[in-house]
Design a protein around this ligand. Structure first.
Ligand SMILES: Nc1nc2c(c(=O)[nH]1)N[C@H]1C(S)=C(S)[C@@H](COP(=O)(O)O)O[C@H]1N2
Ligand SMILES: [Mo]
Length: 202
């Protein structure tokens, strides 16, 4: 069976903001492909902390239990990979990014964020793209704990950008004044990664 659908199920479906639900050049899949550069880590490192560092008033170092004790949010939405697959109606559970931002309080000089995976992967984005209604640090997908190959037990979710901005195996958010390219952004993937503008590669 082919990984990608031949054509979108409902190609003319619109989002509330009037954009096509399916971004240009994307195909729908029901499956959830795995795309990882690194080997899948077996488990959360024993010394894992969610580290919020750099240009913030209150740097955070949350243990796993402290992270799990934060208020939870659930939302359903679509994801779009730069390699052209999209998957609709993913239900995510986790901690909304604003729970983190409220506690860490980025300084006025903070304009960009680097997300760090404990495997060494990084991805960068403007603070205004991180500080959005649908950005979360997620631990469940469609009601199940996120599996290790999909970034479990904890990954970032930035659904308005190509999925490489959603770092798997998340452990750090670093707030920066200047932008810096992350792992794929140094290797040819677009810095801005807007699927509706087809910002795929540079
Ligand atoms: N740590 C890490 N995060 C990552 C990646 C990766 O290789 N390593 N790949 C990115 C890319 S290109 C995509 S499309 C999504 C894939 O997530 P999935 O494997 O859960 O579909 O994760 C993103 N986050
Ligand atoms: Mo991707």
């Amino acid at each position: 069976m082919s990984l990608f659908g031949k054509k979108p199920a409902t190609p003319t479906e619109k989002r509330p903001d009037g954009l096509d639900r399916l971004p240009p050049g994307q195909y729908l899949t029901q499956k959830w492909p795995v795309l990882s550069y690194e080997q899948t880590p077996k488990q959360l490192p024993a010394n894992w902390r969610l580290k919020v560092t750099g240009l913030v008033e209150n740097p955070l170092e949350l243990t796993w239990d402290e992270f799990l004790a934060l208020p939870r949010t659930t939302l359903t939405g679509d994801i779009h990979c730069v390699t052209t697959w999209s998957r609709y109606n993913n239900t995510w559970e986790g901690v909304h990014i604003r729970e983190i931002l409220q506690r860490a309080k980025p300084l006025p000089t903070a304009k960009f964020v680097m997300a760090h995976s404990w495997t060494g992967y990084t991805t960068n984005l403007p603070l205004e793209k991180l500080d959005d209604d649908d950005v979360m640090i997620v631990i469940k997908h469609d009601g199940q704990d996120i599996t290790p190959e999909h970034g479990g037990p904890v990954r970032l979710l930035v659904p308005k950008l190509y999925f490489y901005k959603s770092a798997k195996w998340l452990y750090g958010l670093e707030f920066m004044e200047q932008d810096r390219p992350g792992f794929w952004e140094q290797r040819g993937y677009s810095n801005s990664a807007d699927p509706w503008k087809e910002e795929r590669y540079w």
